[in-house]
Design a binder for this molecule. Structure first.
Ligand SMILES: [Zn+2]
Length: 267
């Protein structure tokens, strides 16, 4: 199941833009059942929610938890038609950044993944294996990207972290007519950012956001996770429910907890 329950009625739903639904409800937030073993599916959930068949009985529940973030990642790459002609820079080597690299590579693109945290970058490198990895804490990302693209810049830069400086830098990393994607939001109440408007104007750079997914992206994600087309081995770590308080405490520490990529609580 996807977590989103669309209203099916609003301006956006009527145009198939379900991820932008203004009456959206979220399972586990607006509808109870986030940590329950069973949840009640009412008529609206069955009609407008996202229920996908799982055809591969070997798909574990833990790996299936990646379907939701993967669906969001698939949404933007489908929109951008990411392909073999593209160099894609990803800023942020967390689970979302790693999924972007995997999906972009699956679609044939060359990827450059950057992170300021060396530990996180090492984990990302182990998981993704291919492409170039830049430790932006000690290496100059702009120079690296230009060197790898004959001085032109990347076709697509994805900001897969909640960072104003990463958003600002992403605009510098793309070539003319390049596309910058703000995949991560900024903290509420502190979301005003600065970018070089002249790079956007003279370079005809496009800046776009990416949020959530349509029902079919969740089903595609389940299919991909069930197949061998997308290897996500090592992305998920299982923890017992009793470890939850300690885990939440550690995750509250931010980038210092780079070894925790995508924790799954097993009751
Ligand atoms: Zn709607």
């Amino acid at each position: 199941m996807g977590a989103d329950i669309n209203c099916g009625q609003c301006y956006y739903c009527q145009r198939g833009l379900y991820n932008l639904c203004i009456g959206k409800k979220i399972l586990g937030r607006d509808v109870p059942g986030g940590y329950a073993e069973y949840i009640w599916l009412d008529k609206q959930i069955l009609e407008n929610g996202i229920v996908c068949p799982v055809t591969n009985e070997h798909l574990s529940s833990s790996v299936a938890t990646l379907a939701e973030p993967l669906a969001s990642v698939l949404n933007i790459h489908e929109r951008l038609h990411t392909g073999s002609e593209h160099v894609v820079v990803i800023i942020g080597g967390g689970p979302i950044g790693c999924l972007h690299a995997k999906v972009a590579q699956m679609r044939g693109a060359f990827t450059i993944l950057a992170d300021i945290d060396v530990k996180r970058l090492e984990i990302a490198q182990k998981l993704i294996q291919h492409g170039v990895f830049v430790h932006s804490g000690t290496q100059n990302l702009l120079e690296s990207v230009r060197r790898l693209t004959d001085g032109l810049g990347a076709d697509i830069a994805i900001v897969a972290c909640s960072s104003k400086s990463a958003q600002r830098q992403a605009v510098e990393l793309v070539k003319k007519r390049g596309i910058v994607v703000f995949f991560g939001g900024l903290p509420k109440g502190d979301s005003i950012t600065q970018i070089d408007a002249n790079l956007v104007h003279y370079g005809e750079v496009t800046i776009t956001g990416a949020f959530s997914y349509a029902p079919w992206h969740v089903c595609s994600a389940i299919e991909l996770l069930s197949s061998e087309r997308l290897n996500v081995q090592g992305f998920v770590q299982e923890y017992s429910l009793t470890d939850a308080p300690k885990l939440f405490e550690r995750l509250g520490g931010g980038v210092g907890e780079a070894d925790v990529l995508k924790p799954v609580l097993i009751p």
